[in-house]
Ligand binder design. Structure first.
Ligand SMILES: [Zn+2]
Length: 171
């Protein structure tokens, strides 16, 4: 009798924790905590000063525009990222609909905010989180497009993998 009660208690507890866990999962804190702006009627890239924004993925301050990226949702909520790799991972993490959001990168060659979908990406740049994807407006040898970069990022095929790093840099 006692054992049966204990067993039942165990089951109830595991259901309780499963419910709590699911509730936390569905409310990603980075959606609220790291919000950069709530008003962006033109859905454009917003200007910011270094250290004014915090990356919702790695939670580091965005020190430099050069590798930065931005996401704007249809409800005008904007987020700023220190590394385009963080943006790709975060968009996937929060389950954002890529067709309804706008994404921007700051180009390293022309120094302006550009639609992330039309930029070209170097695969071996020095970037804050070490993923290696640097955004450029003009294509160069070995550069890849946004979709290729996004897939490589999601598969973990980037400079943060020591084997890939060695292959690309030869060291
Ligand atoms: Zn980051």
């Amino acid at each position: 009798m006692h054992l049966k009660a204990l067993y039942l208690k165990k089951i109830l507890l595991s259901i309780f924790f499963a419910l709590i866990f699911n509730a936390c999962e569905s409310k990603d804190p980075s959606l609220i905590e790291y919000l950069f702006s709530t008003s962006n009627p033109k859905m454009t890239a917003l200007e910011f000063n270094a250290s004014q924004a915090t990356c919702p993925k790695c939670r580091m301050s965005v020190e430099d525009k050069l590798n930065a990226a931005q996401v704007v949702f249809a409800d005008e909520k904007s987020y700023v990222f220190d590394d385009v790799g963080c943006m790709v991972l975060w968009v996937k993490q929060v389950g954002a609909n890529i067709k309804s959001i706008k994404t921007f990168v700051y180009t390293k060659d022309t120094h302006r905010w550009l639609d992330a979908n039309v930029a070209y990406y170097s695969i071996k740049d020095k970037t804050p989180m070490g993923y290696g994807f640097g955004a450029y407006e003009k294509s160069q040898k070995e550069f890849i497009d946004f979709e290729t970069m996004r897939i490589k990022m999601l598969r973990g095929e980037n400079m943060s993998d020591p084997k890939i790093r060695k292959m690309l840099l030869g060291q």
